[in-house]
Ligand binder design. Structure first.
Ligand code: GZL
Length: 332
C-alpha cells in the first residue's frame, strides 16, 4: 500500500475535514497536526464520531480520546454533528491522509458501501464501534465492537412483563425512539416489541423519533401528552430523552415514575439520580467506555492479527432499589 501522502495533500485533507464537517476535527496524541498519514512507528488512527448528542456520547468520546493517548496513538478525531455526509467526508479525508486505521460509529445503518469500498481499495482497515452498518460488501470492516441493542430492548421488555405480571389490565406505552435509521433505535425497538408482543395487554399507542437528545425527548413527550391522556409507560431508547420527557411529564402535573412508569437505556449518572429520586423505574445499561477495547483491536488490526468479527460489551439492568447504592460507582 502506498502510504506516501504529500504534505500539501495531507494538509488539504485535514483542512478539508475541518471545512467539510463544519464540526470539530482535531488531531491528538503523538505527532498531532497535519503531518502525512501512517506508516511510521506511531499508529495514526482516524476516528469519525457521531456527534455530541447525549451524555452517553460524551462519555464515549472521552474514553476514546483517553485510551488513544494511553496507547500512544496519534488520534485524528472528527465530530460529525449527527450528519452522515460529514462522517463520509471525514472517512474520505482519513483515506487521503493515509492513516493506518479508520474507526467510526455510524450514525445510521445504511449508505456506507461506497466509502467503505474506497477504504478497502486504499488498504486501510476499518473498525466499527458502538453502532453497526448494513452492507452487501464483504471484507469492508475488520470487526464490530459494541453492545447488543436487540438484547437491550428485550431486557426493557422483560422488566415491563414482570412489572405487570399480576395485572390483566391494558398497558398503554409510548416510545421515544432514537435517531431514525440508527442501529440502536431499530434494534431497541425490535427487541422490546419481541418481548411485549407475547402478551396483547401491552400496546404501543405512539412511537416517535426524539433523536437521542434531551430536547427531543421533551418535545416529543409533550406531543404525546397532548394527544393521549391514558399513558401508563414511557419506553425511552436513551436516558437523555427520558430526562427530557420527565420535564414534560412534570409540566403536565403528572408524577414520572408513578403516574407514568419510565424505562430507559444507557445508565448515565443523571439517570441513576432520577431513579434514586423515583422518577425513572429501570435503566438498561449500555456501556460507552469502549476506548480500551477499541485501541486493543486497532493495535491488533494494524499488526495484521486475527480479530473476532464481533466483540460484544457486557452490560446490566438496574432498578430503583439499586440506584442509591450504585450511583457512586457510576463511571459516566
Ligand atoms: C448506543 C449509542 C446510543 C446511546 C445514545 O451504543 O449509539 O447513541 O444509547 C447515544 O445515548 O446517543
Amino acid at each position: 500500500m502506498n502510504k506516501t501522502v504529500s504534505m500539501a495533500a495531507a494538509a488539504l485533507a485535514l483542512v478539508t475535514t475541518m471545512t467539510a464537517c463544519g464540526s470539530g476535527s482535531e488531531s491528538e496524541g503523538a505527532g498531532g497536526g497535519a503531518e502525512g498519514g501512517g506508516g511510521g512507528d506511531t499508529i495514526v488512527l482516524g476516528f469519525s464520531q457521531v456527534g455530541a448528542e447525549s451524555g452517553w456520547r460524551t462519555a464515549n468520546t472521552k474514553s476514546i480520546k483517553q485510551s488513544a493517548e494511553d496507547a500512544g496513538f496519534e488520534l485524528r478525531f472528527s465530530d460529525a454533528q449527527q450528519q452522515q455526509e460529514n462522517q463520509i467526508q471525514a472517512i474520505r479525508s482519513f483515506i487521503q491522509q493515509g492513516v493506518d486505521v479508520i474507526a467510526f460509529s455510524p450514525v445510521v445503518e445504511s449508505g456506507w458501501d461506497t466509502v467503505l469500498v474506497e477504504a478497502r481499495a486504499a488498504d486501510i482497515p476499518v473498525v466499527l464501534t458502538d453502532r453497526a452498518v448494513e452492507t452487501d460488501e464483504d471484507d469492508v470492516y475488520e470487526t464490530f465492537l459494541g453492545s447488543d441493542f436487540v438484547e437491550e430492548g428485550r431486557k426493557a421488555g422483560r422488566w415491563l412483563v414482570d412489572e405487570y405480571a399480576d395485572s390483566d389490565e391494558e398497558v398503554r406505552i409510548v416510545e421515544l425512539q432514537g435517531t431514525t435509521g440508527s442501529a440502536p433505535a431499530n434494534d431497541r425497538r425490535d427487541g422490546f416489541a419481541e418481548i411485549i408482543g407475547e402478551d396483547d395487554k401491552f400496546e404501543v399507542i405512539a412511537s416517535q423519533d426524539g433523536d437521542f437528545t434531551r430536547s427531543g425527548g421533551q418535545e416529543v413527550m409533550q406531543a404525546f401528552l397532548s394527544s393521549h391522556d391514558d399513558i401508563d409507560v414511557l419506553y425511552a431508547h436513551n436516558d437523555d430523552m427520558a430526562l427530557g420527557a420527565i420535564e414534560s411529564i412534570e409540566a403536565a402535573g403528572l408524577e414520572p415514575g408513578e403516574d407514568i412508569k419510565i424505562i430507559s437505556v444507557d445508565g448515565i449518572k443523571d439517570a441513576f439520580q432520577a431513579m434514586a429520586d423515583g422518577k425513572i423505574n429501570v435503566v438498561v445499561e449500555c456501556n460507552p467506555l469502549l476506548g480500551p477495547q477499541l485501541m486493543d483491536l486497532v493495535e491488533k488490526v494494524h499488526a495484521g492479527e486475527e480479530v473476532p468479527e464481533r466483540v460484544k460489551v457486557e452490560e446490566g439492568v438496574f432498578t430503583q432499589d439499586q440506584a442509591e447504592e450504585e450511583l457512586p460507582n457510576r463511571k459516566y
